[in-house]
Ligand binder design. Structure first.
Ligand code: TMP
Ligand code: ASP
Length: 254
């Protein structure tokens, strides 16, 4: 068997050439980084959990008509996706003040925001993903005004849907980051949701205890990172419900 062609290797995922033109295989690594990869660890099982959680979330979003790059999960760590041209923006949607917003503007973490807020960051590690405005985005041709409109409309729909989905399982969706790509269908181009949606890219707080169930556990050295991701998966109905403390690790359904 000839080895697959590696198309791109990021910090937490690898993209390989897919079985058909226009497709890619997205592989979820256990590697975890924060603060521009100055902090690193390998968290066993994290990739498997994120593959499943992202599959679940992308599938539910697709059902409500949000276009995504996701085609299907292939195995424990891989999913088949449509090849898109990534728009170089990290789109952050916030419902509650936390993280960089709290730091930059001095708003106490946990303060509910008067309305959901959308921020754009330019995807560029060397520049540390700086916050940018629509003027920058259109002025430097990272995206067109029409694409920004599409991105904002999709980001709001994703936020509304996911806020409800997580609330239903006792989790507050504090904020999240999404990326979008251009998908060409003949001469037409559409903006679609790409990358992943997982506890690596969201802030998820238990509604009762306020406990963090996301990558902040790693960023802030709180421990129990994969356990928290597994709990998110369990509440989403992806993992077998196991209550005893004797489990050796997440047991995946199907
Ligand atoms: P922030 O408060 O650090 O700006 O993060 C906002 C959200 O974006 C949070 O849910 C974590 C997510 N995020 C990423 O997915 N990747 C990143 O590189 C950063 C900085 C944040
Ligand atoms: N993933 C980013 C990094 O490794 C940052 C983060 O999520 O905190 O730099």
């Amino acid at each position: 068997m000839k080895p697959r062609r590696l198309v791109y290797e990021g910090k937490a995922k690898i993209l390989y050439e897919g079985p058909e033109p226009g497709t890619l295989v997205q592989y979820f690594k256990d590697d975890t980084t924060a603060f521009d990869a100055t902090k690193k660890a390998v968290l066993e099982g994290k990739g498997v959990l994120n593959n499943r959680i992202s599959e679940f979330v992308m599938s539910r979003l697709s059902e409500i008509g949000v276009p995504t790059h996701f085609i299907r999960r292939l195995n424990m760590r891989e999913q088949l996706i449509k090849e898109v041209e990534i728009i170089p923006l990290e789109v952050v949607v916030r419902n509650v003040a936390a993280g960089s917003l709290s730091k930059r503007l001095g708003i106490e973490e946990g303060t509910p925001l008067p309305r959901s807020m959308i921020e754009f960051y330019y995807k560029n590690d060397a520049l540390h993903d700086p916050l940018v405005t629509e003027e920058h985005i259109t002025g430097f041709n990272w995206a067109s005004p029409q694409e920004i409109d599409d991105i904002v409309a999709l980001a709001i729909r994703i936020n509304d849907f996911l806020s409800g989905l997580f609330l239903g399982i006792g989790i507050k969706l504090v904020d999240f980051k999404v990326e979008f790509g251009r998908l060409w269908e003949n001469e037409f181009m559409r903006v679609v949701l790409a990358d992943e949606i997982s506890p690596d890219s969201c802030r998820l707080w238990d509604t009762k205890t306020g406990e963090k169930m996301d990558k902040d556990r790693f960023r802030r050295d709180l421990g129990g990172v994969t356990e928290a991701y597994a709990e998110v998966a369990r509440r989403l109905g992806i993992l077998n419900d196991q209550t005893s403390g004797d489990r050796k690790g997440p047991v995946l359904v199907k």
